[in-house]
Design a binder for this molecule. Structure first.
Ligand code: NAG
Ligand code: NAG
Ligand code: NAG
Length: 131
């Protein structure tokens, strides 16, 4: 009897552990607009939802790009790092949370502003690539 209860308890515990976190996923977004929004079910027990926002301080009109989804664990959460993309420095703000779809969906940019920032972004990339 005691063994049966233990088995049931273990089964319930593993069911709870197996209950997965769902995160908003965006594997690629540019200019504040997510190209492929989706729901992602996290696979690992310690998973958190992350939102990674990259901005270019030297290009204030360029909104940068974001990624979202499940992170393996909370390593690096709540950190701001400075990296370099093709020689242009950018800041990456990496935040996490651990409730279903708690990472805010990257919102679409108004069309006119988006066209402008796309043009600015494209010309910046053109300049960078020609260096
Ligand atoms: C994610 O799932 C929620 C709840 O089922 C749904 O409302 C939402 O539209 C889904 N989002 C996407 C991008 O599929
Ligand atoms: C989850 O986190 C706990 C506590 O930090 C750790 O002991 C365990 O190994 C982690 N599990 C996985 C699958 O990373
Ligand atoms: C980083 O992102 C978090 C969550 O959106 C925000 O509260 C925080 O102000 C951001 N930090 C910087 C330096 O932009």
């Amino acid at each position: 009897m005691g063994k049966l209860l233990l088995t049931v308890a273990v089964a319930i515990a593993s069911f709870i552990a197996a209950e997965s976190l769902v995160c908003n996923k965006c594997s690629f977004s540019l200019l504040g607009f997510c190209m492929n929004a989706a729901n992602e079910t996290c696979k690992d027990v310690n998973s958190t939802c992350f939102t990674s926002v990259s901005t270019f301080p030297s290009l204030s009109s360029f909104k940068g790009f974001n990624t979202q989804g499940c992170a393996f664990d909370s390593t690096g959460c709540g950190k701001i790092n400075t990296f370099s993309f093709l020689g242009v420095p950018y800041d990456n703000n990496y935040t996490c949370c651990s409730t279903d779809r708690c990472n805010p969906v990257v919102s679409g940019a108004p069309a006119s502003r988006m066209a402008l920032t796309a043009a600015v972004g494209a010309s910046v990339l053109a300049v960078v690539f020609s260096m």
